[in-house]
Design a protein around this ligand. Structure first.
Ligand code: UN1
Length: 460
């Protein structure tokens, strides 16, 4: 009998959303063989036919968008308004890569003899293995799969164990757009994921730093290109000349939207101006966080719903209580809810010891720490003191201060007067240090990752 795994709803854990096969390594190898077979005609087909296929997917997803957003709410507890936004982003990503599939594919280069035609072409790698997390169960699979497919690869998508139903539903919605074997979902846990890495011709992963580290090693041993997007410990620096009310509101959303379960969430707020400025801002941020609507993710007003599972809730509660036992101050939140579901109230914590784990590790939940910095240089030093380097924000009214600060930040993405979370699918996405490995995702950078260059000479 085939082993199975179940996904359940974070707001109603007794609600089983899907029971799916826990695929073995043999099952994955069989899927790979189908994908490899399909890759031959997919790669040699025309760019226009691939573009049309992605456009067909966009139209099909647009038609199913309400139902897809509701499934996202049910399976991963993402609040409805944000789930709708994610599906809309997925549709836009499909349309964007449908266009990018038609870009000129190479360069004509002056030849040594002056007459030969020396030019470059782009070739797909073959089968793309995509390992995706539960927190963006539509957008992340699509921002990996759409460019992979646009540029002639076929896809094995291995979604997180927590969100197989969303991935399987996407495959159903897209079923009429692709020939057999072009877009396949592989369900299961570690065995299935490892099997994907052991066969794929190119790998893209988003998830934890620990899993990413093992994937990059396995990919390097096999000599295949790999891209890993991992954790964050993102800071927002607040300078004294910032509009503090706006900063508090924007940071509250960046820290607590979808209960902070984003690698781009703000985890640390670094307030320039010493302890008194930090205390005052912590109160302002605490009030902005407490004002966020918290509860049932199916309600269109909700900003903060439950966290993904009971372990995640325990991690939030225990990190806040440990910080408080060590002398920190819980300005708001950090307590488990008493209704059914994995609810924990969004927490702002201040006056932490410099080595508190809330300032170093990624909790991946609704917790935000406020830290005092003596001046801008001190704020930069604190921002850069963690092993992560995904994104940082600076809040200031001074263009000069922002221009001076931004280049000093050891991050892949910087925002000025904007939330750390939220990305533009047409711009490169990725981090520095332990946050990312390999080339950037999204935008036109995705084309370079999912293709290789072939240099061709035609002598007269
Ligand atoms: C966003 O901030 O909208 O897994 C996207 C994550 C990131 C994506 C964030 N890779 O949270």
């Amino acid at each position: 009998m085939t082993a199975t795994l179940e996904s359940t709803s974070p707001q109603a854990p007794s609600d089983v959303i899907a029971t799916v096969p826990e695929m073995s390594a043999d099952d994955v190898r069989a899927a790979y063989a189908r994908a490899k077979e399909a890759a031959r005609s997919w790669a040699t087909g025309t760019a226009t036919s691939r573009s049309v296929a992605l456009d067909t997917c966009a139209t099909a997803l647009a038609r199913a968008s309400d139902e897809m957003a509701e499934l996202v709410v049910r399976e991963v507890g993402k609040p409805l308004t944000e789930a709708r936004g994610e599906v809309a982003r997925g549709i836009a990503i499909l349309r964007y890569y449908a266009q990018l599939a038609l870009l000129p594919e190479g360069d004509v280069i002056p030849s040594a003899d002056g007459v030969s035609l020396l030019h470059t072409r782009r070739k797909p790698h073959g089968v793309a293995g995509l390992i995706t997390p539960w927190n963006f169960p539509v957008a992340i699979p699509l921002w990996k799969a759409a460019p992979a497919l646009a540029f002639g690869n076929t896809v094995l998508l291995k979604p997180a164990e927590e969100s197989p139903a969303c991935a399987l539903r996407l495959a159903e919605i897209f079923s009429s757009a692709f020939p057999e074997g072009v877009f396949q979902v592989v369900t299961g846990g570690g065995e299935a994921g490892a099997a994907v890495i052991s066969v794929a011709d190119v790998v893209s992963f988003t998830g934890s730093t620990a899993v990413g580290a093992s994937i990059r090693k396995a990919a390097a041993e096999r000599g295949i290109p790999a891209q890993c997007e991992m954790g964050g410990q993102n800071a927002s620096i607040v300078l004294p000349d910032a509009d503090l009310a706006v900063a508090a509101r924007v940071i509250a959303g960046a820290a607590m939207g979808y209960a902070g379960q984003k690698c781009t969430a703000t985890s640390r707020v670094i307030v320039v101006g010493g302890q008194s400025a930090a205390d005052a801002f912590a109160e302002q941020l605490g009030a902005a966080v407490a004002a966020l609507s918290y509860g049932d993710p199916a309600s269109a007003d909700t900003v903060v719903g439950p966290v993904i599972n009971s372990d995640a809730r325990s991690a939030v509660v225990s990190s806040v209580s440990a910080a408080v036992s060590a002398g920190g101050v819980a300005v708001t939140g950090g307590t488990a809810g008493d209704s059914e579901g994995w609810y924990v109230s969004p927490a702002v914590v201040s006056r932490l010891a410099a080595d508190d784990r809330l300032l170093r590790e990624e909790v991946f939940g609704p917790v935000c720490a406020v830290v005092a910095a003596s001046d801008a240089d001190d704020a930069v030093r604190i921002t850069n003191s963690v092993p992560y380097g995904l994104v940082a924000a600076v809040f200031t009214d001074s263009l000069g201060s922002a221009l001076k600060l931004v280049p000093q930040l050891e991050v892949g993405m910087a925002k000025v007067n904007a939330p750390t979370s939220g990305v533009d699918y047409f711009a490169p996405f990725g981090g520095d240090k332990d946050s990312s490995y390999g080339p950037r995702e999204q935008g036109t950078a995705a084309r370079d990752f999912y293709t290789k260059t072939m240099t061709v000479t035609f002598a007269p």
